[in-house]
Ligand binder design. Structure first.
Ligand code: ZN
Length: 392
């Protein structure tokens, strides 16, 4: 944006006007004219174009004090669908949703991400077609695909970058591999960012500053700031797992020692328990032990929470979120993890930053990723520029 356009009035083309309708509330032409400051004739033409596209439909009549009540119009999320794909190391979850994230058909199955992009994405296309069929929507209704991958992704190109647990995927052109089969734009991001998007869009839409922390085999965060996901210069923002923890010297898979992941992720908690002769090898074992009432496991999970809390206290000072959501499989251990995190964050942060800060467990659980992939895909086709291009 240059110096002159920065201070120009906000543009209100059809795409911009459409954003006002995305909350689903029916509005009259005169509501829209008031909100945008534009002439009724301009508004009428834009409403007509949006109705022709199917994205907006007449929504009945507004109440009126006399005379003929004016017609209202509303966003119609069912007009098109997106395919949401959440790929993990060993499991895939896919859904066909409408443009507001309502799930129309859903499927999960075990996969091996290590089989490489060709095999895995072939299967994604197959399931995508099956889900469209199940949702009774033709391929022509599909407008975009959102994909989450369990590793670092350069979001602008959709290519994984040196993903440690995805052999064969480095620099794979995921948008091209899927796009040439499904003929729509494909957006790709890492799993933590799409979980943050999914939790934010479905549970905390009015919150502009949210941190989503995934605690599983690794530890990472998705950052929502000023309402948008922040990916950083290389897409590596939020990689909390390799921040050093005071006084820790455990070796980490990254080659350093004392990383947060090496003391507080699922495998680290399991190892601490195994050292005390409790049978545990991974995060799922830890969760099962805590749920069965094992006191050692509960204590180790709480201690892991304190380590995570010490890193999050620094994040709170830096980003001033109003909500921190804790997700990932270790969060399923329940209150012990949250208690450890809260204890340290509230003690180590300044009162102004924690006055209204809530630290809560994920409400979407295993569905966060697929909901976020849907959000990412829908946002791409509903942005002001995309709408203007589509109906222009
Ligand atoms: Zn590390």
């Amino acid at each position: 944006m240059d110096e002159l356009t920065k201070f120009a009035p906000r543009p209100t083309g059809a795409g911009e006007m459409f954003q006002l309708l995305r909350d689903g509330q029916p509005r009259t032409r005169s509501d829209l004219a008031t909100l945008t400051g534009q002439a009724r004739s301009t508004i009428a033409a834009r409403v007509d174009a949006l109705i022709a596209s199917g994205l907006v439909a007449a929504a009945g009549e507004a109440s009126s004090t006399g005379g003929r009540p004016p017609a209202t119009f509303a966003f119609r999320p069912a007009a098109r669908v997106v395919l949401a794909v959440d790929l993990g190391a060993t499991h895939a979850r896919l859904a066909v949703t409408d443009l507001a994230g309502a799930v129309l058909a859903e499927h999960g199955e075990p996969i091996a991400i290590a089989e490489g992009p060709q095999a895995v994405l072939d299967r994604v296309v197959e399931i995508g077609h099956l889900l469209l069929e199940k949702a009774e929507r033709p391929l022509e209704d599909l407008v975009s695909v959102g994909v989450g991958l369990p590793g670092p992704v350069e979001h602008s190109t959709g290519r994984p970058i040196n993903p440690p647990i995805m052999p064969g995927w480095d620099d794979a052109d995921v948008p091209a591999l899927l796009g040439r089969r499904l003929h729509v734009p494909v957006l790709v991001d890492n799993d933590v960012n799409i979980m943050a998007l999914g939790e934010h869009a479905s549970q905390w839409p009015a919150v502009d500053h949210l941190l989503f922390v995934k605690v599983a085999t690794g530890i990472g965060a998705g950052i929502i700031s000023d309402g948008d996901i922040r990916r950083g210069a290389q897409g590596a923002a939020g990689d909390l797992g390799h921040i050093a923890v005071d006084g820790a010297d455990q070796p980490c898979r990254c080659g350093n020692t004392g990383c947060l992941e090496a003391v507080a992720a699922g495998p680290a908690i399991a190892a601490a328990l195994a050292a005390r002769a409790v049978a545990a090898t991974d995060a799922a074992d830890v969760v099962a032990l805590v749920r069965a009432g094992d006191l050692d496991a509960a204590r180790e999970v709480r201690e892991a929470g304190r380590h995570i809390g010490s890193v999050l206290a620094a994040c709170v000072s830096m980003l001033n979120p109003s909500v921190i959501v804790i997700g990932g499989i270790v969060a399923e251990a329940g209150e012990h993890l949250l208690a450890g995190i809260r204890e340290v964050v509230y003690r180590r942060s300044l009162p102004l930053a924690t006055q209204h800060l809530r630290i809560v467990a994920s409400r979407t659980g295993a569905r966060a990723g697929v909901l976020g992939a849907s959000t990412m895909a829908a946002e791409h086709v509903l942005s002001p520029a995309a709408i203007d291009a589509a109906i222009g």
